[in-house]
Ligand binder design. Structure first.
Ligand code: ZN
Ligand code: ZN
Length: 408
C-alpha cells in the first residue's frame, strides 16, 4: 500500500500540479492525513520545488468554530490571510489540495454563518481565485479517505473496512491503481482530444438536454466558445490536471441564454450539507425558480449569494459509462460525483472557455457571455437516459448523446 500511496502522491505533484524546478508549493490538507501530506511534500521536493508549505486544516476545529464562535467572527476575513495568499501568488506558487472532509461536517450549523463567511472570504480572495481560474497559477486537487467520509459512503461496513473500501474506490476512480499512474494519465489526456476537436469545430449555438427525470433545458453557447477536457494548460504553457479524477469535457454557457428546467440527478454536498431532490428553472439565463426537498435554504444561499450566482458558469458532458458512474457509488464529494454525470455549475465561468478569454477584462468577458461570481458550485443532472442535441446557428440538429453515451 505504501508504494501505491507514494505513486498517488507523485501523481498529484508531477501530473496534477506539474511542479517545475524552483517553484514554491502550498499544500492544503487535513491534520488526519499528515502521513500522506508528508509524502506529497517529499515528492514536491523531488520535482525541484523551492519551498513546500502546508496549510493545515481540521474538521473538528472548523465545526466547533462554526458552532461556538461569536457572530462577528463570520463577518470579517483577516487581511493577513489575504496577504498570505498574495505572498505565494506573487511567487508563482503551485497549489495542491488534499480533500478528505466528512460530507456532514457542517450539518446542523446555522446556514447564515456559512453564507456570511463564504461571502466575505470569497470577496477578499477574489484576486487569488481569478489567478487560479484563469490558469495564471497551476493547482490540483485529489482525495484521500477519512473515517467519517468512509462511513458516510459505506454505512454498513465496520470503520476500518469502510476506509479500505473507499481507498480502493478512490484509487480506481483516479486511475491511480496501475503500475505507472503518471503514464496512464498522459494517455488519458490524449483520449479527450478527438471529442474536444469535434465540439470546438462545430461551434453549436445551443445544446438541448432532455431526460425522463424532467430536465428540459436549452443551454446557449457563446460565440468562439472552447471545450476543455483531459486537463488544462497554464498561462506559462505547462500542462496540468486541476482535478484528479477528471472525466469531463466542459465549456461555459452563454450567461443570458439558458432557458428551461433542470432536475438534479444526485444530491449536492455543499460545505458539509446535503441538498437533495432539487430543480432549477432558468429564464434568459437567470435562475427564476428553484426547489429542494431537503436543505432548500442552503440551495437558496448558493443561488442568491450574488448576482452572478443566479447564472450558469459551466456545462460539462460526462458519459454514463465513465468508470466512476459504473462503480455506482455516491461519494458525497463533488470531485468524484461530478465525474459520474453530466453537470452544470452556477456562478463563475472559467475565462478560457472562450477564445482569448484570459486576456479579456471583466467587462469584455461579460459582453462575451462569460459569467462572473464569487461562487462556482457544480451539480449533477446527467442520467442513463440523457439525450443531448447540438443545435447549429442555422437550426441544424446533431445528436451528441443518446442514453447517456456520446454518439459522435
Ligand atoms: Zn466540471
Ligand atoms: Zn465546475
Amino acid at each position: 500500500m505504501k508504494d501505491v500511496l507514494k505513486k498517488y502522491a507523485e501523481l498529484l505533484v508531477f501530473a496534477g500540479g506539474n511542479v517545475q524546478k524552483g517553484q514554491p508549493v502550498v499544500i492544503g490538507g487535513n491534520v488526519n492525513d499528515a502521513e500522506f501530506i508528508r509524502m506529497v511534500q517529499s515528492a514536491a521536493y523531488d520535482a525541484g520545488a523551492s519551498e513546500v508549505a502546508v496549510d493545515w486544516q481540521d474538521d473538528e476545529i472548523t465545526r466547533t468554530t462554526y458552532l461556538r464562535a461569536a457572530d462577528e467572527i463570520f463577518e470579517t476575513y483577516p487581511d493577513w490571510r489575504v496577504d498570505r495568499f498574495k505572498f505565494y501568488d506573487d511567487r508563482g506558487t503551485v497549489y495542491l489540495h488534499i480533500s478528505s472532509s466528512d460530507p456532514d461536517m457542517l450539518s446542523g450549523v446555522n446556514p447564515e454563518r456559512i453564507k456570511t463567511l463564504t461571502k466575505v472570504s470569497r470577496q477578499k480572495l477574489k484576486p487569488h481565485s481569478t489567478l487560479t481560474m484563469s490558469n495564471a497559477l497551476r493547482w490540483s486537487v485529489l482525495a484521500v479517505p477519512s473515517a467519517k467520509w468512509a462511513k458516510k459512503v459505506f454505512p454498513n461496513l465496520p470503520q476500518d473496512d469502510a476506509v479500505q473500501k473507499l481507498w480502493q474506490a478512490i484509487l480506481k476512480a483516479a486511475r491511480a491503481d496501475g503500475e505507472n499512474p503518471i503514464t496512464d494519465w498522459k494517455k488519458h489526456r490524449e483520449n479527450f482530444t478527438e471529442r474536444k476537436n469535434f465540439l470546438n469545430s462545430k461551434q453549436f449555438a445551443k445544446l438541448h438536454f432532455a431526460n425522463g427525470l424532467g430536465t428540459d433545458l436549452f443551454v446557449g453557447m457563446p460565440k468562439n466558445h472552447v471545450w476543455i477536457g483531459g486537463g488544462d494548460v497554464g498561462q506559462d504553457g505547462v500542462d496540468f490536471f486541476p482535478n484528479i479524477p477528471t472525466e469531463e469535457v466542459f465549456s461555459a454557457p452563454d450567461r443570458n441564454n439558458v432557458n428551461g428546467k433542470v432536475v438534479a440527478s444526485m444530491p449536492l454536498s455543499f460545505q458539509g450539507n446535503l441538498i437533495e431532490d432539487f430543480s432549477i428553472v432558468f429564464k434568459d439565463g437567470r435562475a427564476v425558480e428553484y426547489h429542494a426537498k431537503n436543505n432548500e435554504e442552503i440551495l437558496k444561499n448558493i443561488i442568491e449569494m450574488d448576482d452572478g450566482s443566479h447564472y450558469l458558469g459551466e456545462v460539462a458532458l460526462v458519459e454514463n459509462s465513465s468508470p466512476i458512474s459504473q462503480m455506482g457509488i455516491l461519494f458525497y464529494n463533488t470531485l468524484f460525483d461530478e465525474n459520474a454525470s453530466s453537470h452544470l455549475a452556477v456562478g463563475k465561468a472559467y475565462p478560457n472557455c472562450v477564445k482569448g478569454g484570459n486576456d479579456m477584462s471583466e467587462e469584455e468577458l461579460k459582453a462575451a457571455g462569460i459569467n462572473d461570481s464569487i461562487m462556482h458550485v457544480d451539480f449533477m443532472f446527467g442520467t442513463a437516459d440523457m439525450q443531448v442535441v447540438g443545435i447549429s446557428e442555422d437550426g441544424t440538429e446533431t445528436l451528441l448523446m443518446q442514453n447517456g453515451e456520446f454518439v459522435f
